[in-house]
Design a protein around this ligand. Structure first.
Ligand SMILES: [Zn+2]
Length: 357
């Protein structure tokens, strides 16, 4: 389900954009997440023989949301046939067809459906949704020149613009890190991680992707620049699958990825250096405050702070407690797991971070 939420998140808003007859009630149910009801009532509506493309769309979408992909395809294909003018109804049917095919393990069919959703340019949100899926999942035409290199736990996709790059050595280092990190977490994803390696930060931005690097753990996907640390992004994917955190918080989630970046760097020293070198004067931010609001410090400071703080929790509280705590990464849960000593650790850490040498 989580994957579907990501793929089709933008749809709920547009559902209400145009309504007519019986579809209106179905969209109301749909917006309430009552997918079973949409399917049941929609199917009754369809027996009248006067059902519209919208009714088929509502039923098809609800079935896909219920992870009944092949059943959903029938209604979505019908929707497409009933909307020859290729309006927003056609566009969203194609977006959902793409999602259904992708979830069912048919990326080529997904690609085709999303390209059709994009190219009909019927409505901005459907177009944007299709474009984003094509880009993030590596299905857009712009990936046609990328090389694929498959290893035991990864499918690497290498940008054609990489220079002086040894793809075999890169893959070997990542496999080694994967072994180390999955052993630490006691598990990882069941399938391979698709790992896109861009020549640099700018190349991905120019291609319309979010700033590198980032992981989509629900989909086993990483987009990274070639010069990123080996362990950071894959840690996001591994930790997500091994521990299934219900509440992820920047300080802990990013801090854990930094802790496992496999560089062995002293993150407290890096954080202090970043504070000293900051072009703008940095107001002292208590780590407890950063825990509640990850945006309080710029990334070049907050990331090493997170890594250093995770190390404190592990050194002082031990790994078992940390793994227990990781499922709900909020400060309140940390106080429950670690007790009153947490306050002392935080005070000592802030002194080490902001105090004199
Ligand atoms: Zn990260």
């Amino acid at each position: 389900m989580r994957t579907m939420v990501i793929l089709v998140l933008l749809m709920v808003g547009t559902a209400a954009a145009a309504q007519e007859g019986p579809a209106e009630r179905l969209w109301d149910l749909y917006k309430q997440g009552r997918f079973e009801d949409v399917v049941r009532e929609g199917k009754v509506e369809l027996t009248t023989g006067e059902a519209t493309a919208q009714v088929n769309l509502a039923v098809g979408r609800a079935l896909v949301d219920l992870e009944r992909y092949d059943e959903g395809l029938i209604y979505l294909e019908t929707t497409v046939r009933m909307d020859p003018s290729r309006s927003w109804i056609y566009a969203w049917a194609k977006v959902y067809l793409g999602a259904a095919h992708y979830q069912a393990g048919r990326p080529d069919e997904a690609k085709q459906a999303w390209i059709q959703a994009r190219d009909c340019a019927a409505t901005r949100n459907a177009t944007r949704n299709a474009v984003n899926n094509l880009k993030i999942l590596g299905l857009a035409e712009s990936y046609d020149g990328w090389k694929t290199f498959t290893t035991e736990h990864f499918q690497f996709r290498y940008s054609p613009n990489l220079t002086e790059f040894d793809g075999t050595a890169y893959a070997r280092r990542h496999e080694e890190a994967y072994e180390t990190i999955t052993a630490w977490f006691g598990g990882g994803p069941t399938g391979a991680i698709t790992f896109f390696v861009w020549a640099d930060y700018q190349e991905a931005l120019d291609a319309g992707l979010p700033p590198l690097g980032f992981a989509r753990p629900e989909q086993n996907i990483v987009h990274a620049a070639a010069d990123q640390t080996v362990g950071h992004e894959m840690t996001h994917v591994i930790a997500y699958h091994a521990l299934e955190p219900a509440n992820a918080v920047g300080l802990i989630n990013e801090g854990t990825a930094v802790y496992h970046d496999q560089t062995g760097r002293d993150q407290l020293a890096r954080a202090r250096q970043a504070l000293q070198q900051s072009p703008d004067p940095v107001v002292e931010v208590a780590t407890a405050a950063l825990w509640e609001d990850w945006s309080l410090l710029p990334g070049e400071i907050s990331y090493p702070v997170g890594g250093a703080w995770v190390k404190v929790l592990l050194d002082k509280g031990g790994k078992d407690k940390f793994l227990q705590f990781f499922r709900d990464q909020g400060l309140a849960h940390a106080r429950e797991v670690y007790g009153p000593q947490l306050q002392t650790w935080l005070a000592e850490f802030d002194a080490a971070l902001y105090g004199p040498e």
